[in-house]
Design a protein around this ligand. Structure first.
Ligand code: GUN
Length: 293
């Protein structure tokens, strides 16, 4: 069994992006600028956004954090998005999800100029990804592809089971794993909370990507010998042994599943660190106008 070290790959990507920013600076070109919009004080969102802003600074980008209280109206938030769309200094921006219930996430996502949608959530980016056109690919699936690529994991002709059908991970992941490319060329099955034969599907999988948000869902009796397992789960479980008071728990029962795997990502330090670096890569592409002029 080989552990996929997301922290090490992310550190390497960070170095590569930092070098690119240095070249941009030396050439006197515009330094990429990422803005993040954060609504409310959800603990997870606070941590993720802080980490995104910190990583921007570490690679040499300019970053802006725009905060709103939980009671911001949909109209106020949309006005902010229209302003960011027009602001020529901002190359890309994200609105951290989830949003409070009185705000339509879909409306917010569709209000973002797709050319600045470094999260890759806008229907134009999702549609372009689906037909294999250049676009911003959402960060978690892009990070997983990067891990498969850097570990040179064979995907062609393999059966890939994606557990979960979210717009952010499950659906784009399934599309990317079936694309005619490397990584890709898989036979893909998507299973979800209503699937009747989920265990049988998993048992026939060469690659399992679990993005259900159900702690320790994938057990050893659901995994065949030699499978590749990618764990996207990051549930915060209360813990008395950590300083933060919680422990990140994945969707895979790691101790019993890992001995059966050829490759497996741990939680934490598997997929998580890659997600932020994929966002940085998208921001670099946005700054360089590499995808959209
Ligand atoms: N919430 C959970 N993951 C993400 C992400 O990748 N981007 C945004 N904007 N919100 C999220």
């Amino acid at each position: 069994m080989q552990l996929i070290d997301g922290r090490a790959v992310a550190a390497q990507m960070k170095k590569e992006i930092t070098e690119e920013v240095l070249k941009i600076r030396e050439a006197g070109r515009k330094i990429p600028h990422l803005a993040a919009v954060l609504v409310g004080h959800d603990g997870g969102s606070e941590t993720y956004v802080a980490s995104k802003v910190r990583t921007c600074e570490e690679v040499g980008f300019i970053s802006s954090l725009i905060r709103y209280e939980e009671d911001v109206t949909e109209e106020e938030l949309l006005t902010c998005i229209y302003r960011l769309n027009k602001d020529a200094d901002i190359d890309g921006f994200i609105v951290q999800l989830p949003l409070p219930r009185h705000i339509s996430e879909q409306k917010v996502i569709e209000a973002i100029d797709y050319r600045k949608d470094v999260d890759g959530f806008h229907p134009i980016n999702v549609g372009r990804m689906s037909v294999g056109l250049p676009c911003f690919v959402s960060a978690t699936p892009a990070g997983i592809l990067e891990l498969l690529r850097r570990y040179e994991i064979e995907t062609k002709g393999k059966h890939c089971v994606v557990l979960g059908r979210s717009n952010i991970v499950g659906k784009p992941m399934a599309i990317l794993m079936m694309q005619k490319a490397y990584p890709g060329d898989c036979t893909v099955t998507v299973c979800h909370s209503r699937s009747e034969n989920l265990k049988e599907m998993c048992l026939s999988a060469d690659i399992i990507i679990v993005a259900l948000g159900v702690p320790e869902f994938l057990k050893s009796d659901m995994v065949k010998e030699g499978a590749v397992v990618i764990d996207v789960g990051t549930t915060r479980m209360p813990s008395s042994t950590t300083r933060s008071g919680y422990k990140l728990t994945g969707d895979v029962k790691f101790d019993e599943v890992s001995p059966k795997c050829s490759y497996i990502t741990p939680v934490p330090f598997g997929v998580g660190p890659m997600t932020i670096l994929s966002l940085m890569r998208n921001t670099l592409l946005a700054g360089e106008k590499s995808i959209y002029k």
